[in-house]
Design a protein around this ligand. Structure first.
Ligand code: VGL
Ligand code: ZN
Length: 199
């Protein structure tokens, strides 16, 4: 159908086993994601793409450990190990991901002072990435999301997509979670409450 797109979120080396912010089983989704890519006419990828010394890295906050959190001007921010640095091998897509069909690669998290989990809005929840306008201008109204990680970039993207008026489905078998402090169950509840269809 012409008005549907698949959005593949952050299937990058750093989120796979051996990577800097490895998600358990992150690599297991690759064949499932590849099968989805074949099925969809329109495919969009997101790529977490941070400058070195990004403010979401615990290394930039004295005395803070990875997976702790800190107050940023835009709100509470989880602090991560250094990951997905622009141009690094860790920022590349998993080598088995069949990504060449993608019509758009949307990079996010490139502003030093603000993180961006969602493909639509940065973590201040108000700076747009432009993806909403891109999809609307192309007449795409229904989105299926998959990728890494379920409870951060997939969930934030899915909820923002509903708020932007898209009809949104998440393919859980093509997702894996970080699951910090129950964040997986919280994100599933939040997605369902927002109106995301979860398969
Ligand atoms: C992500 C934490 C930090 C994600 C990205 O892709 O879910 N999580 N950066
Ligand atoms: Zn990141």
């Amino acid at each position: 159908m012409v008005d549907e797109a698949l959005i593949v979120v952050d299937v990058q080396n750093d989120f796979c086993p051996g990577g800097a912010l490895a998600v358990a089983g992150g690599d297991e989704i690759v064949p499932v994601v590849n099968a989805l890519i074949e099925r969809f006419e329109h495919v969009i990828l997101t790529q977490d793409w941070h400058p070195a010394k990004h403010s979401s890295f615990a290394s930039q906050h004295v005395g803070k450990a990875p997976f702790s959190s800190t107050a940023m001007p835009y709100g509470e921010q989880t602090l991560w190990p250094d990951h997905c640095v622009q141009g690094s091998g860790g920022a590349e897509f998993h080598k088995a991901l069949k990504w060449t069909k993608a019509e758009l690669v949307l990079r996010k998290g490139f502003r030093p002072a603000i993180d961006s989990y969602s493909a639509f809005f940065e973590n201040d929840r108000s700076t747009p990435t432009g993806l909403g306008g891109y999809l609307r201008e192309r007449g795409i109204s229904a989105l299926t999301l998959c990728g890494l990680a379920t409870d951060f970039c997939v969930a934030f993207s899915a909820i923002d997509a509903v708020r932007q008026g898209f009809s949104v489905r998440v393919e859980l078998e093509a997702c894996r979670a970080i699951d910090l402090d129950e964040s997986l169950s919280q994100s599933l509840n939040a997605m369902r409450a927002a109106g995301v269809v979860i398969d």
